[in-house]
Design a protein around this ligand. Structure first.
Ligand SMILES: Cc1ncc(COP(=O)(O)O)c(C=O)c1O
Length: 444
């Protein structure tokens, strides 16, 4: 073990650990593109894009050049003063989102974007309650985590005025229905909640148009459109959390653009905004919401909101997505991955479901393909999936793991040969989870 890892273990509290002693990350000393390497010279293909955020891989040269240039000119200028990177980044976000007449409020990360969107929705509507969904994630700060579908956190969160809805999770439909006979019961259920809570009390519905690693589902068919209609019926704002699904991940600039006539009122951004080269988040407001603040106070802000260096990184990231045609690539390479994953799943009974959109996929692993029974209750990780993930790492591939989901979320510029190799490794290693499955391989 390196001295760095010893020092980390002694002094750092590591995030999202069941217990601190479980943490044993090797010391990473470098990276390039979809690869990074540790102090012992082991190389890893980053199929999780770190925390699903390195959309452009590691050390993207154009972003590094932009950070260097901005650091030479001016590292930081506060919001009270004008700054070209902040102005240009906001302009680009509005251009890519198509939210004409809208404006951008900058934060430092995704959770702060959620917190500020909640405050803004309450000011704009003069209503208090916010609806979120189980099996979602909106950040680890107090309101954001209370709104998220992660029960481990609710004891520590601030809960008042937040309402949780059932998720549009077709594989395990909480209503016991099947699409299309269900006629989108999961969306109408949010309408019911608004009625029961009192429409005059509900400020907003916050939802990921494509749920990230807490499930990777979008809801069936026109779910998002139905949600938009329900919100309009009651004068409730629709807030799209695009922190994980934004910037080409799903094959569109933003996932809601798969249903382009159902634009949200606000959109939350982080991660891909700078492709994780520096921390930055944002709330994007449509013209109506932004207009509210033309004539009303906005008594909130963060010291580093729209930090100059981070915004310069953001401009370079968006330019790279565009120049390298990565949104289109996510679509086309994602199609190839889609077919390959289905072929793999057909060989492995432990793969209960494959869900994917663009270069974003999840395999849902089960202990019994007939009943769909999972080996453990979410968010516990089945021991066989832990073994699979450990073995993959030892072969040089890092997959994402959340509960019984194996996540594939490579940088959008991953080499095709590398992606193909990672899927070969996955195909080989799924025998580990098959062993825990009640149906023998070849039968499922
Ligand atoms: C959909 C979504 N929203 C919000 C967040 C919180 O972002 P951050 O970790 O930058 O605070 C995340 C983080 O994973 C996310 O996936």
């Amino acid at each position: 073990m390196s001295t760095t890892v010893d020092t980390e273990k002694t002094y750092v509290l590591h995030t999202w650990q069941a217990k601190q002693g479980d943490w044993n990350g090797p010391e990473v000393v470098g990276g390039a593109g979809a690869w990074f390497w540790d102090a012992d010279g082991n190389r890893y293909l980053d199929m999780a894009a770190q925390a699903e955020c390195n959309h452009l891989g590691h050390q993207h040269p154009a972003i590094i050049a932009a950070i260097h240039q901005q650091a030479d000119e001016m590292c930081f200028i506060h919001n009270a003063w004008g700054s070209a990177p902040r102005a240009e980044l906001a302009r680009l976000i509005i251009e890519k989102s198509g939210l004409a007449g809208g404006k951008v409020f900058f934060t430092m990360d995704g959770a702060e974007a959620t917190e500020h969107a909640i405050k803004m929705a309450r000011w704009i509507t003069d209503r208090r309650k916010i609806i979120g969904r189980f099996r979602s994630y909106h950040g680890a700060t107090s309101n954001a985590i209370a709104l998220s579908g992660d029960s481990r956190n609710w004891k520590a969160a601030s809960v008042p005025d937040l309402v949780r809805a059932l998720p549009p999770y077709c594989y395990r439909c909480p209503f016991g229905h099947t699409y299309p006979e269900c006629d989108l019961r999961c969306a109408d259920h949010i309408g019911d909640l608004i009625e029961w809570e009192g429409p005059e009390t509900i400020a907003a519905v916050v939802a990921e148009p494509v749920v990230g690693t807490n499930g990777l589902f979008a809801g069936p068919g026109d779910y998002w459109r139905r949600l938009r209609k329900i919100c309009d019926r009651y004068g409730v704002l629709l807030i799209a959390d695009e922190v994980m699904s934004g910037f080409g991940r799903t094959g569109e600039w933003f996932a809601w653009q798969h249903w382009p006539d159902a634009a949200p009122d606000m959109m939350l951004l982080a991660k891909g905004l700078t492709a994780a080269h520096l921390p930055l988040g944002a709330v994007t407001l449509n013209a109506r919401c932004a207009g509210y603040f033309d004539v009303n106070p906005l008594p909130t802000g963060l010291t580093y909101a729209g930090h100059t260096l981070c915004c310069a990184a953001g401009v370079a990231a968006i330019t790279a997505y565009e120049d390298e045609k990565l949104v289109e690539r996510s679509r086309t390479l994602g199609q190839w991955m889609h077919h390959r994953l289905r072929a793999i799943a057909a060989r492995h009974p432990s793969v209960g479901d494959v869900r994917d959109i663009g270069l974003f996929a999840a395999l849902e692993l089960v202990a019994d393909p007939q009943t769909r029974a999972p080996a453990v209750v979410w968010p516990m990780v089945p021991p066989s999936l832990s073994r699979l993930s450990k073995e993959a790492k030892s072969r040089g591939v890092v997959f994402g793991v959340r509960g019984n989901l194996l996540i594939l979320c490579p940088p959008l510029n991953v080499e095709e040969a590398d992606l193909a190799w990672a899927l070969d490794v996955l195909d080989e290693l799924l025998v580990i989870t098959d062993e825990d499955c009640r149906v023998p391989a070849g039968v499922g």
